[in-house]
Ligand binder design. Structure first.
Ligand code: CU
Ligand code: ZN
Length: 193
């Protein structure tokens, strides 16, 4: 009888253990459910896509369309412009999404949340809005397809809501704080899509 009793004891112990596990699971479930539910989107929700329609400033014929797509390694930018003089043109993201001034100056200076000097997009230090130059062909058309690793559509450094400017001259990538790129020939507000 000793053998049977100890077997029963082990079996009972096992039941208690199983009941204990079930209890832990039941206790965890209610707390886990709300956490797993989709959280409401905050007002500063990260955009996946953004666009900018570039309109000519006064006296300019430059216009175009730019798309921005968030990717793993940064933001993929595709730009198509017309009405340019052949050659290099500086283009930047400017601080303000305001193209109301006839000369585009309402867009402010280069977007620079990090307080950096102006520079080339591949330099160690540069404004977050420094994108270098876009090159127009003999017919005045320019196409750009590039990924900028330092660019983001989310958080405090997001470019959404800011201005996109194309200039009359090339950005020399060193003159402070503008790159000496000349007049603003086209302006557009970067809008989430
Ligand atoms: Cu600019
Ligand atoms: Zn700059």
């Amino acid at each position: 009888m000793t053998t049977l009793r100890s077997f029963a004891h082990v079996a009972l112990g096992g039941l208690v253990l199983v009941a204990g596990l079930a209890c832990v699971q039941a206790g965890d479930q209610p707390a886990a459910k709300p956490a797993g539910a989709p959280a409401p989107k905050p007002a500063t929700a990260a955009a996946q896509h953004a666009v900018a329609d570039l309109k000519p400033t006064q006296g300019s014929t430059v216009q175009g369309h730019v798309t921005f797509t968030a990717e793993k390694g940064g933001v993929h930018v595709v730009a198509d412009l017309t009405g340019l003089t052949p050659g290099e043109h500086g283009f930047h993201i400017h601080e303000k999404g305001d193209c109301s001034a006839p000369d585009g100056t309402s867009a402010g200076g280069h977007f620079n949340p990090g307080g950096k000097p102006h520079g080339a997009p591949d330099a160690a230090d540069h404004h977050a809005g420094d994108l270098g130059n876009i090159v127009a062909d003999a017919t005045g058309k320019a196409h750009l397809d590039a990924v900028f690793s330092f660019m983001t559509l989310a958080g405090p450094d997001s470019i959404v809501g800011r201005g996109f400017i194309v200039h009359a001259a090339a950005d020399d990538l060193k003159t402070q704080p503008t790159g000496n790129a000349g007049a603003r020939q086209a302006c557009g507000v970067i809008q989430a899509q």
